[in-house]
Design a protein around this ligand. Structure first.
Ligand code: BES
Ligand code: MN
Ligand code: MN
Length: 462
């Protein structure tokens, strides 16, 4: 493509400054106190899409946060790429662990990012990655190189389950019709090692409550005579993995696809250093399901993890008490073919079944979604491969990710289109954690790679 590198080079300071302005707005979807900031962010995204050359841009109101929709249609016979991203971010806490305030972006050099990285909540997930697409569009329109039609759909509820977007997609199939969906909301292996995400895990997220006696009790007077809900909850949770770290819920693995040894060998070729992995996390050993290596445990295998657990006295000092209730939040990451609703039912039945006499239990499902795998022989995948090869000088490695973007399976179901996941983040970006950051190199390389995808996708579609 003509001048893409020089264009990015020439405008990089502005590209960074515009992103920094966007990152200053705390668009936290989980907390209604930030509603105005969410609306302000949607407005900013709208203006940036207009400036980048969209002919139509609208803010679509929903029961929740608005969806920003934009399009530039240049020919009825040309293919259409639908770009999806999200402008909402996770809450920044715990605040005291940030080295600089989460909504006051700063660029700092790190060992992995000699060209600098932008530190701010949302820098990698997903404002930074979403904004790459807007700048790529700006490049294509200002240099007269947009080869096909483009639609943008940027939502504000991804981090809380995309409820409004699901409805919007079901109700706007015509408006959203496309030949391929393009998303940058995942990662790559390393700055010099391009990769294409070929799978996402599904998710079932539940909350459990265990109730024992009808009130909190003196742990001396009653200790030893009644079921302690916290003890019981811990026991129940512990029993959900066996000695091989296999999940014990009956039927849990029934639909899990077993990859052939050939496919597993192929996966194992991806560059990975167990020593570096352990060092980066400060652990002396990895832990997980027997019979699988780390890269399999976090991609092709399902999991069950406690995300939070509470009950009883957690304040200063000691209080001798048996609490009446204990709680936990539990997430199960699922692999393609496992149905999240079915898994939620299996979990609930099992949890009720293993509860001993003396307690009652309640399971409340939160949200969930299906996993996804992309074929690697499609036009979209080939176009992405060529784009990476040209931008990085290397063929990208296909890689299944452990994270979830549940809306992707819904896109396939409702819009009948496949998604290409061109992620430019790194696992070390600390998304959802304190000190989230996004490499300047990754950001600019993304802006450079995206127009090449448009070019090759259009060429290969002919
Ligand atoms: N962008 C992430 C998902 C992701 C990150 C996938 C890195 C692959 C690699 C997304 O914003 C996210 O955080 N998803 C949630 C699920 C959602 C329903 C809250 C997740 O994976 O926990
Ligand atoms: Mn995201
Ligand atoms: Mn996220």
């Amino acid at each position: 493509m003509k001048n893409i590198q020089s264009y990015v080079n020439q405008h990089k300071d502005r590209f960074l400054n515009e992103l920094i302005e966007l990152l200053k707005i705390p668009s936290i979807s989980a907390d209604s106190a930030y509603k105005n900031d969410v609306l302000k962010t949607a407005e900013t995204v709208k203006i940036s899409l207009q400036n980048a050359g969209c002919d139509v841009v609208e803010i679509c109101e929903t029961k929740g946060n608005p969806i920003v929709y934009g399009e530039k249609i240049i020919g009825q016979n040309l293919p259409t790429v639908l770009v999806y991203g999200h402008y909402d971010v996770q809450p920044p806490d715990p605040m005291n662990l940030w080295n600089s305030p989460p909504f006051e972006p700063v660029i700092k050099n790190t060992d992995l990012h000699p060209d600098g990285a932008i530190f701010a909540r949302g820098s990698s997930d997903d404002k930074g990655q979403m904004y790459m697409h807007i700048k790529a569009l700006e490049f294509m329109t200002t240099t007269n190189q947009l080869p096909c039609n483009v639609k943008f759909m940027i939502e504000g509820e991804e981090e809380v389950g995309s409820v409004s977007l699901s409805k919007f997609v079901k109700e706007n199939q015509e408006k959203l019709s496309n030949d391929i969906i393009l998303i940058s909301d995942t990662g790559m292996i390393a700055p010099g090692v391009p990769s294409i995400t070929t799978g996402l895990r599904g998710l079932s997220y539940v909350e459990v409550e265990v109730t024992g006696p009808n009130r909190d009790l003196h742990s001396g007077l009653y200790g030893g005579t009644v079921a302690n809900p916290i003890n019981i909850l811990c026991k129940m949770i512990a029993s959900m993995h066996d000695e091989n770290n296999h999940i014990t819920i009956p039927g849990f693995y029934d639909k899990v696809e077993n990859l052939s040894q050939e496919e597993r060998n192929e996966m194992a070729k991806a560059p990975f250093s167990l020593d570096e992995y352990k060092a980066a996390l400060g652990i002396d050993a990895v832990y997980g399901e027997k019979g699988y290596i780390t890269n399999e445990r976090n991609s092709i295998r399902p999991t069950l993890d406690v995300n939070g657990i509470w009950g009883g006295y957690t304040g200063e000092g000691a209080k001798t008490v048996i609490a009446s209730k204990a709680y936990a939040k539990i997430s199960m990451r699922l692999v393609p073919n496992q149905d999240w609703i079915e898994i939620t039912k299996l979990f609930t039945a099992h949890f009720e079944n293993i509860a001993p006499k003396g307690v009652t239990v309640k399971v409340t499902p939160h949200h969930g979604g299906q996993g996804y795998v992309t074929p690697t022989n499609s036009i979209g995948y080939k176009a992405a491969g060529k784009a990476y090869e040209e931008a990085f000088g290397k063929k990208p490695i296909p890689q299944r990710s452990g994270g979830s973007i549940p809306i992707v399976a819904l896109f396939e179901q409702e819009l009948k289109s496949k998604t290409i996941l061109m992620g430019f983040g790194l696992d070390s970006d600390a998304i959802h954690s304190p000190n989230e950051h996004f490499g300047v190199f990754n950001y600019l390389k993304g802006i450079e790679t995206i127009p090449l995808f448009f070019k090759y996708f259009t060429e290969l579609s002919k």
